[in-house]
Write a protein that binds this ligand. Structure first.
Ligand code: 13P
Length: 248
């Protein structure tokens, strides 16, 4: 049985005050949450979150990492820096990084490798655009995204990788994939892993992301191959986020 994982991706939304309110609100409702819960904070707030979640069930993640260990890379954040704040997770290859900052499948694969080499668990994001879906290319796009990582780190590495399937057309749009669309994509991803290693396919967690909210979480998380969620907008309100955490 795969444990349900619910991760919040705050993206570039935070202030010292909102982080305090949000994390305290989540902590207050964690007692009856059985899922593994991760919050992925913007880098300047990781220290604040680290202090707030000490001795709690809440886990910390970052939203991106640079492939270099240190040096002249203005504005970037290294794996060591992420670990320095007690974080064990890092989002890699989010569609916003791919589309706005030009991260190719190869760049994303390299970031997955660096995260793993440094003992961080990557939340490896994949997903197709609306054009790609409508032209019947979803499976092809997702396959290439996964294959780039398999080629670089090998299928065994997926023991330590969490996959997040986030159809780009569902991110921040309020348009959620139907449970059937999401389940079909997840089953396809798992079958692709199974072609390489059946055991890994069964144990690898595949999260869904894209306009997941308290109203649709139970149905989505009830699908056989959906093992959790990567939540954007609804992770910014503790009540909504907790409801999703409890739906799993
Ligand atoms: P929304 O939940 O706001 O659609 O964002 C999903 C996402 O991009 C999480 O990484």
């Amino acid at each position: 049985m795969r444990q349900v994982i619910v991760a919040g991706n705050w993206k570039m939304n935070a202030s010292k005050e909102t982080v305090n309110t949000l994390v305290m609100g989540i902590l207050a409702g964690m007692a009856d949450v059985k899922s593994k819960v991760i919050v992925c904070a913007p880098a300047p707030y990781m220290s604040q979150v680290e202090a707030l979640i000490t001795h709690s069930q809440l886990n910390l993640g970052a939203q991106d990492l640079n492939v270099n260990a240190s040096g002249a890379f203005t504005g970037e954040v290294s794996a060591d820096m992420i670990k320095d704040f007690g974080a064990q997770y890092v989002i890699v290859g989010h569609s916003e990084r791919r589309s706005l900052y030009g991260e190719t499948d190869d760049v994303v694969a390299h970031k997955v490798q660096v995260a793993l080499d440094n003992g961080l668990t990557p939340l490896f994001c994949i997903g197709e655009t609306l054009d790609e879906r409508e032209s019947g290319n979803m499976e092809n796009v997702v396959s290439l995204q996964i294959q780039a990582v398999i080629d670089l780190v090998g299928i065994e590495a997926f023991k330590n990788i969490i996959i997040a399937y986030e159809p780009v057309w569902a991110i921040g749009t309020g348009v959620t994939a139907t449970p059937q669309q999401a389940q079909d994509a997840h089953a396809f991803i798992r079958s692709m892993l199974a072609q390489n290693n059946a055991d890994i396919a069964q144990t690898c967690s595949i999260l869904y992301g894209g306009s997941m909210n308290p109203g649709n979480a139970t149905e989505l998380l009830g699908c056989e191959d959906i093992d959790g969620g990567l939540i954007g907008g609804a992770s910014l309100k503790s009540d909504d986020f907790l409801q999703i955490c409890k739906a799993g």
